[in-house]
Design a protein around this ligand. Sequence first.
Ligand SMILES: [Fe+2]
Length: 207
Amino acid sequence: MTSSQPQPATTHVPPATLDRETIVAFLGSIFDRRGGEEYLGEPVTMGEHMLQGATIAEQNGQPEEIIVGALLHDIGHFTSEFGTYHPDDTEDRHHEDAGAEVLERFFPSVITDCCRYHVAAKRYLCATKPEYFKRLSPASVHTLELQGGPMNAEEVAAFEANPNLKEIIAVRYLDEAGKREGMETPDFWHFAPMVQRMVDRHCGVSD
Ligand SMILES: [Fe+2]
């Protein structure tokens, strides 16, 4: 690892100090400190789930936007880390919006949309791809109803107008794929340089 790459954070970086230079190390520290937390109803931890999606995307030669989108799509489960937690929040209702809100300062819209719309994408695919429903885990089927069930025709048309539709759908499939008990993956720091490239792209820094 060269000095230009993000380094693992040894302490909890206060949210107020987050900037282009510190966001990647901060995200990594969340994976390191809290990745072992339970992913309710699934046979993997939260960290394993997101790392599996990113790893499968990388193994399949998918672009960095999709790898990073998969890596960060559930970061909304950790928004208390960013000081944006509100006592009225419930994770099931808001984690995709909360996650996108903390990411949008640092990442291009393709990444934040993969986060913001990963729940909507499930509702979209259930409405448009009958075979998709079979991929859902029992926990995901249960939350589908809480999330509003399959989209209606009007919602489908609105969803298809998103310019990042292809990436959003790709990350949704990785969300389903990343629930494999015992799958080996690299840790967050393997992906850190590409996460930093996404941040630099959004913040107008070229390497
Ligand atoms: Fe997920």
